[in-house]
Design a protein around this ligand. Structure first.
Ligand code: PHE
Length: 463
């Protein structure tokens, strides 16, 4: 029996609108900024392989679980968890899962917005011709001038937050659906063009080898955790963003098929970004493991030397900003939806409240690159010994909160929801697909997440 609940926040106009919105959420800084730099820091091929396995075995099944829970509950993740727990006669403690998602969304957006600000400022850098004929040292100094200036970072962070809040305040449907319809295809075209340019550098083979030839000696337990955390991050899983988007999904849409499409598109963007960036890194003798500045210090070199580079540069950073924008919206949506439902506030008021909190937390990340660059907030713990505020937030959200959230979502969907509820909602028919999904979320996903955790904490013996 399916429920006939509807969401007070509205519904996507079609299956395509949901795919675009969820792809808009998934494809973002995680794919183009983060994936290349963490791949660089973690040695390449073996890391990429673990990441791909995590997408397939953990990411897709959890995405399906999140969408199914969201569509079943049709409310913000907190209230959805509360309602479903009540219906299935489970403990109210499950609502905590919604709360941790809201918190993770606020924390992630606080630093995400700062990095999106870098992308926005590069639109103007590129447009002013600053990259024409530039050398590797030249770009490096442009980048450090930007991040060492707290006022500029603050201004961009503020602007990005305001842009995000405007869309969220207007509601999920108006504007957003239309924007992603054009932006996502355009992003693909541009990425292909960049890969084409990267091919001409003569270092394409080296880059492919770096990305796809696994050397397991370079893989540490921490790298495996980072790869898994990134699978959650890049698919927007473990914190309720996809759950809340699922709550606006029309009842007849196939959850499995749409989840696979979203995951494939997201992975494609990440791999294309890697194939565009690493040839340029190697061609210019740059360091693949140089950290968060990687794309900001490599791509401008390509733009500075190709024909129409100024135009492509502007377009690229514009699209990166848009990609970040469509993700940012989904990071704050769970919190805003909850305030609307529970605090009797209008959508505009809720959005402003959430925005202020996120903006304030974001100051910590703004200062992490300049005034507080030496500050180690959790320096007493070995894992955090050389991490500044921004690094700590990034590590705790991506590598702890999202995988733990995902683990609990899997446990809830596969062990606590009745079989008839998930069977009903997933509508996969009587073939093998449903049992396979259930097997993955019951056993493979939770066990894999746990093993990776314990291993990274050093609790498991060395194999
Ligand atoms: N998936 C987004 C990215 O890859 C980030 C994100 C994480 C968005 C979690 C929503 C929720 O950039």
């Amino acid at each position: 029996m399916s429920t006939t609940r509807t969401s007070v926040h509205g519904q996507w106009s079609s299956r395509l609108a949901f795919i675009l919105a969820a792809t808009g959420s998934a494809v973002g800084l995680g794919n183009i900024w983060k994936f290349p730099y963490i791949t660089g820091e973690n040695g390449g091929g073996a890391f990429v392989l673990v990441y791909l396995v995590c997408i397939g075995l953990i990411g897709i099944p959890i995405m399906m679980a999140e969408v199914l829970i969201g569509r079943r509950g049709r409310q913000s993740p907190i209230n959805t968890m509360m309602t479903l727990a009540k219906e299935e006669k489970l403990s109210k403690v499950w609502a905590l899962l919604g709360w941790s998602g809201v918190l993770a969304g606020v924390l992630i957006l606080s630093y995400y917005s700062v990095i999106a600000g870098w992308a926005m400022s590069y639109i103007f850098r590129a447009g002013s011709g600053a990259f024409v004929g530039v050398t590797a040292e030249g770009v490096s100094s442009i980048f450090s001038a930007l991040i060492s200036d707290p006022e500029r970072l603050l201004a961009w962070h503020t602007l990005f937050m305001v842009m995000t809040l405007i869309v969220v305040a207007r509601g999920v449907r108006s504007g957003l659906e239309l924007a992603v319809r054009y932006l996502i295809p355009l992003l693909f075209v541009l990425l292909f063009l960049l890969v084409g340019y990267a091919y001409t550098t003569g270092h394409f083979g080296e880059a492919l080898e770096f990305l796809f030839k696994p050397d397991f000696s370079k893989l540490s337990a921490e790298s495996v955790l980072i790869a898994m955390g990134h699978a959650f991050f890049t698919l927007s899983l473990g914190m309720g963003a996809i759950m809340v988007y699922g709550s606006y999904l029309p009842a007849n849409v196939s959850i499995a098929r749409t989840s696979i499409i979203i995951a494939v598109l997201d992975t494609l963007v990440a791999l294309l970004a890697g194939m565009a960036i690493f040839p340029i890194v190697f061609a210019n003798g740059l360091e693949p493991g140089s950290g968060p500045g990687l794309i900001f210090e490599t791509l401008p070199i390509a733009f500075g030397h190709m024909s129409f580079g100024t135009l492509f540069g502007v377009l690229f950073f514009l699209l990166l900003s848009f990609a970040a924008w469509t993700s940012a919206i989904s990071l704050i949506e769970p919190a805003v939806a909850w305030l609307v439902e529970n605090r009797n506030m209008t959508r505009v008021q809720s959005t402003i409240w959430c925005g202020v909190v996120v903006w304030l937390v974001g100051l910590g990340s703004v200062f992490s690159f300049n005034l507080w660059s030496e500050f180690r907030p959790l320096g007493m713990f070995p894992v955090f010994a050389d991490k500044n505020f921004f690094d700590v937030l990034d590590f705790i959200t991506s590598n702890v909160m999202l995988p733990l959230g995902g683990l609990l979502i899997a446990v809830f969907a596969a062990w606590r929801l009745s079989r008839s509820t998930s069977f009903d909602e997933l509508k996969m028919g009587d073939g093998l697909a449903y049992p396979l999904w259930r097997f993955l979320v019951r056993y493979i996903t939770p066990i894999a997440v746990l093993i990776v955790f314990l291993d990274a904490l050093g609790i498991l013996p060395d194999f």
